[in-house]
Ligand binder design. Structure first.
Ligand code: PGA
Length: 260
């Protein structure tokens, strides 16, 4: 049976105190779940990372950063470097979240520099990809995903592929105005992603987990996780209450086990 991934990006919502109590509650809630079969990760705000590291058991919850500069140091006002994350004990970084691309204007070649910097530091790099509504309507979603992956992972050795994760998050599905992708649509796009990863990395590409994100909720989590090409769920709003996230993880895991 494949390992399942459940994670949440806390965006710009929880401060230090809230992050700590959220993590403590999530650990209490989920500590009995077998971590050989499942990975749970949380991506808090930068300002909460240092305290968050102190209050988790990394065997239970992996912490990640929401973004990162590609340089170790330099004249990059307002940026956070891989070395700074290393110093905190962080070993996962999310790259190219839709809000970074569409609100802050990041582009594929930039994501590639960040991916390579993350891998050079031994981090796991979680690259987010996804088409906009306009791209979907033009019928070019598949090409967009292939481009984002090929540029995002340009010049990455297959041997480093073991530290890559991908999240498929169609832009039109994210956030309060988002419409969740149907499980069938998501599965088709995950297949394209997996094919592209195989083209890029050969057999090593098959080991890269591909998570679905974008309005995951208690109603659709089960039908998404049972899809053969979906390895995990990357959840926003419906994960920000630790009890609700715990319930979602358990029901999705149960649905997956029953289907196997
Ligand atoms: P959402 O966020 O679940 O609130 O749509 C998903 C994301 O931005 O990763």
């Amino acid at each position: 049976m494949k390992k399942l991934y459940f994670g949440s990006n806390l965006k710009m919502y929880k401060g230090i105190k809230e992050t700590k109590s959220y993590l403590q509650r999530l650990i209490d809630n989920t500590k009995d779940l077998n971590r050989e079969e499942m990975e749970i990760f949380i991506i808090p705000s930068y300002t909460a990372l240092s305290d968050a590291v102190k209050c988790i058991d990394e065997k239970l919850i992996r912490l990640g950063a929401q973004n990162m500069c590609w340089e170790d140091e330099g004249q990059f006002t307002g940026e956070i470097s891989p070395r700074m994350l290393e110093e905190l004990g962080i070993n996962l970084v999310m790259i190219g979240h839709s809000e970074r691309r569409h609100v802050f204007g990041e582009y594929d070649a930039e994501e590639n520099r960040k991916v390579r910097a993350a891998l050079n530091h031994g981090f796991k790099a979680l690259l987010c990809v996804g088409e906009t509504e306009e791209e979907k309507n033009y019928g070019i979603a598949e090409e967009v995903l292939r481009t984002q992956l090929k540029v995002g992972f340009y010049n990455v050795d297959a041997e480093k592929g073991k530290n890559l994760w991908v999240a498929y998050e169609p832009v039109w599905s994210i956030g309060v105005n988002g419409v969740p992708a149907t499980s069938g649509y998501a599965e088709n796009m995950h297949k394209i992603i997996k094919e592209t990863l195989r083209d890029l990395f050969g057999l090593a590409g098959e080991e890269i987990p591909v998570l679905y994100g974008g309005s995951v909720n208690p109603q659709n989590a089960e039908s998404l996780i049972v899809q053969p090409s979906i390895d995990g769920l990357f959840v926003g709003r419906c994960a920000w209450d630790a009890d609700k996230f715990n319930a979602l993880i358990r029901s999705a895991e149960k649905a997956y086990r029953e289907k196997m």
